[in-house]
Design a protein around this ligand. Structure first.
Ligand code: BDR
Ligand code: CA
Length: 312
């Protein structure tokens, strides 16, 4: 049976690809709704981009909600330098016509977890954890009802991408991340250690373009766009495709491997703010709270992604 999920997201080209992969995989994934959060770009753009992506997939039936417009306790940091002014630079896509839902994204998360049977809804955060943590704070009764959280965020060996010590999603709202990592919900983490192995080389983006569909061409144009920035930054051939690791995991978990370990979030030191202090080597007696992934079959991942995008 397809797994019921809520995608919590700040599109973002890589968020867009993650959403498309989910929508292309109805046997495995049932998208109950998409909640937008401020992150890569402000909320007014992330909610709009989420709707653009649904329309690109001809899925105007998907419910898109706007959530929190700023982190819980800090000023919003955005990433236009990576994603462009719109957050979705690259392809030229029409403004969305499908409506934004009236309900606040956090209320949708709360209501869904209250109305669905306990243990049947998975949360998939692809941006800062503000919406999820706000929902947990406002409605503590929902925490034990979450089946699992599968998120993109953090790093151990790769350390940081927005500061020398922190990954973007965790850095933007460390307070929210701390609430989520201390919640007791089973968590699967796709950190930079994994996503930096999922590099969109030319050889891997050409098959998207060769699909010849509007989705395939748009995805090729999105990945070409951030490759300009990221490939230069990292000195690699091809930029990392972070967020689709989350939805790929829901379809084919065997592509990924990692360790069940303790992960704490730095929330006080300005120097290392948002660092995911991951006890990879088991040097503390702190209780494991997350399945922290470390490796991925990147060719298997791109085969899956290309095969699924071809369906849209
Ligand atoms: C994460 O930050 C965002 O820029 C990407 O969409 C991804 O979720 C990578 O650090
Ligand atoms: Ca994202």
């Amino acid at each position: 049976m397809a797994r019921k999920i809520i995608i919590d997201t700040d599109p973002g080209q890589d968020d867009a690809v993650a959403i498309l992969l989910a929508l292309a995989s109805p046997e495995e994934i049932d998208v109950l709704g998409i909640t937008a959060v401020a992150g890569n770009v402000p909320l007014s753009l992330t909610e709009k981009n989420a709707r653009i992506v649904c329309e690109l997939a001809d899925r105007t039936d998907v419910k898109v909600f706007a959530g929190c417009d700023k982190p819980m306790g800090r000023v919003l940091v955005t990433a236009e330098h990576v994603h462009g002014q719109s957050g979705l630079n690259g392809p030229v896509l029409p403004d969305p016509e499908m409506p934004l839902q009236d309900q606040h994204g956090v209320d949708f998360i709360i209501d869904t977890l209250r109305s669905e049977p306990a243990g049947t809804v998975t949360l998939c955060p692809l941006g800062p954890l503000t919406n999820i943590a706000t929902a947990f704070e406002r409605a503590p009764d929902i925490v034990e009802k979450v089946q699992e959280i599968v998120l993109m965020g953090g790093a151990y060996f790769e350390v940081g991408n927005i500061t020398p010590a922190a990954e973007f999603n965790i850095y933007v709202d460390p307070q929210a991340a701390e609430i989520v990592f201390k919640s007791g919900v089973p968590i699967v983490v796709m950190p930079l250690d994994v996503t930096h192995k999922v590099l969109v080389t030319r050889a891997r983006s050409t098959p998207f373009r060769e699909l010849g569909t509007k989705v395939g061409i748009a995805v090729a144009e999105m990945t070409d766009f951030f490759e300009r920035f990221d490939a230069e930054k990292y000195g690699t051939d091809g930029a990392p495709l972070h967020d689709p690791c989350v939805t790929a995991y829901l379809i084919k978990p065997e592509l990924f491997s990692g360790r069940h370990i303790n992960v704490e979030i730095e929330t006080k030191s300005e120097l290392t703010m948002g660092m995911t202090v991951a006890d990879w080597w088991g040097v503390t007696d702190r209780t494991p709270n997350a399945m922290f992934m470390g490796d991925v079959d990147a060719d298997g991942f791109f085969d899956l992604l290309t095969e699924r995008l071809a369906r849209l």
